[in-house]
Ligand binder design. Structure first.
Ligand code: ATP
Length: 349
């Protein structure tokens, strides 16, 4: 184990992702860390419930010693021990994103030599975070393509502000990993959509469906309505692009009080059109979330100009693994993001 790595939580994007990625990488590399200035520029700085659950969750799965684990904390120390699979439950306790908690804990367990059964509670469909559908339909299949054995199942949806969602994730020790390669755009993209809805009148979903069918010129069977169990009302319009089999991008817009259903649906339509108009296969959100899996198993993906989240995540990864852990090549608006094969997962087989 090396010395303590100091991380400035206000670096780059300066949000919760710096904390979450640092925790995953600390556990994976066995590096003790101190993170200061956590979410310094945010309206409510320091650890919110979602970040605190990610911290305590990461600590549980690698038997870490932690200082500063309290709400609002702006500095933490995290000294990881050995990775521990098995059964673990993580509850955010508010509508804070449970998928972001999962994306902190999961990379730590992916390379473990024992299976895990994990349960996450909190928000499953939050604005500004990966909705469960993004995680399940886009992110996890890419991990499976790399050779990781990981599956998720939604029990209950959790929308803002009621929260109360729940999903489970199972992992098994991975066999040999295959580097991820996402360099080619889909030649004949196929678009499908689903209106996810809980405790709201049927006409909301119907109006959203009508807008999507017409604007994207889809066949009726391409747009479904899924009523989900949830403690509170909620509405998410989810549209995904696939090559017929594999999903390559998933766009979401959220209904909220006072936001007409037509506007919510149009938001997704605009996101889908923007993705189809741009050439790179990997969209903005997927790009920042794929970086950790990429350094675990190696590979490359092509995306557009890097978002602040992606640039910051690359910086955090380089602090742990060195400059050459991620290489970015530029050609016009294209960015090819590469990680050498083998990488981190080797030490955890
Ligand atoms: P902050 O500290 O900035 O208040 P936070 O800790 O909740 O916020 P961020 O650090 O901003 O979260 O990270 C948000 C993550 O959610 C990023 O990985 C981003 O790609 C992802 N994300 C945001 N919106 C979507 C979306 N619509 N679909 C998929 N992923 C999303």
């Amino acid at each position: 184990m090396g010395g303590m790595l100091r991380i400035d939580g206000s670096m780059g994007e300066g949000g919760g992702q710096v904390v979450r990625s640092s925790l995953s990488l600390a556990a994976l590399t066995g590096t003790p860390i101190r993170v200061e200035n956590i979410r310094a520029g945010r309206r409510k700085p320091g650890l919110l419930r979602q970040h605190l659950t990610a911290l305590t969750g990461a600590a549980v799965v690698c038997d870490a010693e932690v200082e500063g684990a309290s709400l609002g904390s702006r500095a933490i120390t995290f000294t990881p021990g050995p990775v521990r699979g098995g059964s673990h439950s993580f509850a955010v306790g508010t509508a804070g994103s449970a998928t972001l908690v999962c994306q902190t804990v999961l990379p730590i367990l992916l390379g473990a030599s024992v299976a895990s059964e994990l349960t996450f509670e909190g928000g499953t469909h939050n604005p500004m975070a990966p909705p469960f559908d993004f995680f399940d339909q886009l992110f996890l299949p890419l991990l499976r393509r790399m050779g990781f054995s990981v599956h998720a199942e939604l029990g209950r949806a959790g929308f803002y502000p009621a929260g109360g969602g729940r999903f489970s994730v199972t992992t098994e020790p991975a066999a040999a990993l295959t580097p991820l390669e996402l360099l080619q755009s889909v030649a004949s993209p196929r678009v499908q959509a689903c209106i996810v809805q809980a405790r709201l009148p049927a006409h909301v979903a119907q109006r959203e469906r009508d807008v999507i069918l017409e604007a994207l010129e889809l066949a009726p069977e391409a747009v479904s309505v899924r009523k989900v169990r949830s403690p509170g009302p909620g509405n998410a319009v989810v549209a995904w692009v696939s090559d017929g089999d594999d999903v390559v991008e998933l766009c979401t817009a959220f209904g909220e009080r006072g936001r007409p259903a037509e506007i919510v649906a149009q938001d997704v339509v605009d996101q889908v059109r923007a993705y189809l108009a741009a050439d790179p296969p990997v969209g903005e959100h997927l790009a920042d979330q794929l970086l950790l899996p990429l350094v675990l198993g190696g590979g490359a993906f092509r995306t557009g100009p890097l978002s602040s989240h992606t640039r910051t995540n690359i910086e955090v990864i380089r602090m742990f693994l060195g400059e050459s852990a991620i290489v970015v090549e530029e050609a016009g608006d294209d960015r090819c993001v590469r990680a050498p094969a083998g990488g981190l997962a080797d030490g955890y087989g």
